[in-house]
Design a protein around this ligand. Structure first.
Ligand code: BGC
Length: 743
């Protein structure tokens, strides 16, 4: 390692090389620095000029945080307490890769001096906006903070499908539907990369639970895989063109993802034609020869692996003829192609410029995202809060001081520290961080009522306060984090009992949930209103207050089914065991549901969830109708109108589902084909057309590697949610065969 580090160029040296573009252009000895050339051509030219050791430098990444327990000191030129670093090569003008987590903003590893940055609401919250614009704006904002913080690679772009509602990382992803998740995450990636910062699609693939994640073999058939989780990745790739892809910790069909030739070489690089590079998750590499030959391009986060697998061992493997030289060239070419394509060369990092971050502007972007993400699940007329209420009780979940965030490597730290410090585990994935945006203060500022807070720790005191108040708002939280699944879908720490007691004392109870994903609600019938606010980010308290008081009309819709109980899931009991013997392997059979993830499983099994996919109420009323459906290109399109029939502005999410009239071999009765989110004034009517991607009408055939649409009648459904179909039209489609990319 010391040897490699001697080649580390300091950020200053790189900046000096690249400071002046015209001078760079004039360097005919470095033709790859000519920005007028195609990224792939430039990469090819650079690779030709590289020594083997320089190529080996490019494919080996370090942790960017000191790890004394591993006797590891972060490399020279890296930024402290960050995720990763790959040294640059000054001789060739190749900048270092400075890597930061992750999807909601610039994260810091657990540290006494974290970077304090803006946090978007969780990934699942952004998915609940059903807004590609919010996703893009959020991505652009965090990409800007990443660049100004000194990073040019962001490990953001999590899109694992929500197959397992107990997965501790669901908050980092975008729900259960391939098209919704693909569009949302694809746009976030586009936003990040608009700052000339590489974004990372992850965790590829089937890393859908945390329990035994590195020892868990995810079993799923090729066709099922391509019509579910892989389809979400495929859409992100097409929409966002992420510069990098992170292979995951888990095993897929007996091979760890980072040495899985089917996933990396066949599906991603050959079938989808992906030109960027694959980096391993931190500690997810298990071999040199197998990984290199299967398509891993960059071994990340040393010393997370038990030993370095690229670097010197890769050099030996090449010398021994076990890994072809052309593979090392390909690795280097792929990394450089993304660096050129995303603009890392023409836009060199200028060190720490965080003093120039416009936090006010960025928090407003995070808040706009949170406001559109909040889902009104139930409302018996309690919301928006009545102006006539004289006394409001606010109870629980630190609502006096802040809002919760999800834990682990993606943790962003707020200015001034957590609003409720010293909570959560003492080590990873702790701490539990509360963003200092107080819902209580936000409510109090917007209300003439007397607002009183109770922590909720004493159930009797909370119930007493509830009984004395006109309206009660109970906040409940579920902390989820990387590395641990939740054991059940109930709210933890006696909060179900708290809500039940409060609702008994005063049925005019509003419940505000801050959760990582779906939860069950045994008290649902006894409360007057429920709002799902997820982990709402930097200004989350303000966003919640604005929704509760009616300044903002809620327009979030569930990106995942909320089951009524664990019994309804394909796997009522989680596979794996975090406390099992070291080295023991486990299997998770995703073949049970195959591609029928989430609402598709519920439809197929005829199960009634607690709340369906796509569901979300508003303070106004929308009328959707006038549906027509017609074949269009190789697929179909649906046109309709939506009217705001209520008396306040609001945003409708009109959803289009598709279904074959007779058996076409689909995994489930229907699929989301598309949607549109429309901002409508009272009385306003708007026409919209949704084009359905042909793959959403097809079945993947693994033998011929084609998507096949069967000839026949198809039902096109205009809907408020997966369980609320407003109108149906039938359209006849001719048979179509599409290639593996859906063309
Ligand atoms: C996580 C990745 C993250 C990496 C670097 C891993 O534990 O799974 O999502 O990007 O750490 O911090």
């Amino acid at each position: 390692m010391t040897k490699s580090l001697s080649r580390v160029a300091t950020a200053t040296a790189i900046a000096a090389v690249l400071a002046c573009a015209p001078a760079v252009r004039a360097q005919t000895d470095k033709p790859w620095l000519d920005p007028s050339l195609d990224a792939g051509v430039r990469a090819g030219l650079a690779v030709k000029a590289m020594t083997e050791d320089e190529k080996l430098t490019l494919v080996f990444g370090y942790f960017s945080t000191d790890a004394p327990w591993k006797k590891f000191t972060r490399p020279e030129g890296s930024l402290p307490d960050a995720a990763g670093f790959v040294p640059g090569i000054a001789r060739l003008g190749i900048p270092a890769q400075s890597q930061t987590d992750a999807g909601v903003g610039v994260a810091t590893q657990r540290s006494a001096h974290p970077r304090e940055r803006t946090a978007l609401p969780s990934g699942i919250a952004t998915a609940a906006t059903w807004s590609p614009e919010r996703a893009f704006d959020g991505g652009a904002m965090i990409g800007n903070e990443a660049r100004l913080s000194g990073f040019n690679v962001m490990l953001a772009g999590g899109v694992n499908l929500l197959r397992e509602p107990r997965n501790g990382r669901n908050f980092e992803y975008a729900g259960e539907d391939p098209w919704l998740a693909g569009v949302v995450v694809g746009n976030e990636v586009r936003g990040i990369q608009s700052n000339h910062v590489i974004s990372t699609m992850k965790h590829y693939a089937f890393n859908d639970q945390s329990t035994s994640q590195s020892e868990l073999d995810s079993q799923i058939g090729d066709a099922d895989a391509r019509m579910s989780d892989l389809l979400a990745f495929q859409f992100v790739n097409e929409i966002g063109h992420p510069g990098s892809v992170m292979c995951s910790y888990n095993i897929v069909h007996g091979r760890h993802s980072c040495e899985n030739a089917w996933l990396l070489d066949e599906v991603l690089k050959t079938d989808w034609g992906y030109k960027g590079y694959v980096m391993s998750d931190w500690g997810a590499t298990h071999s040199t020869v197998e990984s290199a030959n299967a398509g891993l391009d960059q071994d990340s986060g040393y010393p997370f692996d038990d030993k370095p697998y690229f670097g010197a061992p890769l050099k030996q493997a090449i010398a021994a003829g076990k890994v072809p030289q052309s593979r090392l060239d390909d690795m280097a070419r792929r990394i450089l192609t993304s660096m050129f394509a995303v603009g890392l060369f023409e836009n060199p990092l200028k060190g720490d410029q965080s003093a120039s971050i416009d936090y006010g502007k960025n928090e407003a972007i995070a808040q706009a995202d949170a406001e559109e993400a909040i889902v009104l699940l139930k409302n018996d007329g309690l919301l928006p809060l009545a102006k006539t209420a004289k006394t409001l009780a606010v109870i629980g979940a630190h609502a006096d001081v802040g809002v919760l965030s999800g834990g682990g490597s993606s943790q962003v730290y707020p200015h001034g520290g957590s609003a409720a410090p010293n909570e959560g585990p003492d080590n990873f994935p702790g701490p539990m961080v509360w963003f200092p945006s107080s819902p209580l203060k936000g409510i109090a500022r917007r209300s003439s009522a007397t607002v009183t807070f109770a922590s909720g720790k004493d159930i009797h005191a909370a119930a007493d306060l509830a009984a004395r108040s006109d309206i009660v708002i109970v906040f409940a939280s579920q902390w989820t984090a990387e590395g641990m699944d939740v054991p059940y879908l109930n709210l933890p720490n006696g909060q179900d009992a708290l809500i039940a007691a409060v609702a008994k004392a005063n049925p005019k109870t509003v419940v505000v949930l801050e959760t990582g994903g779906p939860v069950v609600m045994p008290w649902l019938n006894d409360v007057g209103a429920v709002v799902e606010a997820w982990f709402p980010g930097s200004n989350g308290g303000e966003a919640i207050a604005r929704v509760l008081t009616g300044e903002v009309n809620p327009s979030g819709h569930l990106p995942a089914t909320f089951p009524a109980s664990l019994d309804q899931l394909p796997r009522p009991v989680l596979d794996g065991d975090n406390h099992g013997p070291r080295g023991k392997l486990y299997t998770v059979n995703y073949g049970i549901e195959g591609a029928a993830v989430g609402y598709k499983w519920f439809d197929k099994k005829g199960l009634k969830p607690l709340f369906p996919f796509g569901y979300g109420l508003s303070y106004t009323r929308f009328e959707a109708g006038g549906l027509t459906a017609q074949p269009s290109g190789k697929a179909l399109s649906a046109s309709f109108t939506v009217k705001n029939a209520g008396d306040r502005d609001g945003k409708a999410v009109a959803q289009v589902y598709v279904s074959p009239a007779s058996d076409a071999g689909w995994e489930a009765p229907k699929r989301l084909g598309g949607w549109v989110k429309l901002d409508l004034r009272p009385g306003e009517s708007r026409a919209a057309t949704v084009a359905v991607d042909p793959r959403l009408l097809a079945v993947y055939d693994a033998v011929s590697k084609t998507w096949r649409i069967k000839a026949g009648d198809y039902q096109v459904m205009l809907a408020n949610s997966a369980a609320d179909i407003v109108q149906t039209q039938t359209v006849h489609l001719d048979a179509q065969t599409l290639d593996v990319t859906g063309k």
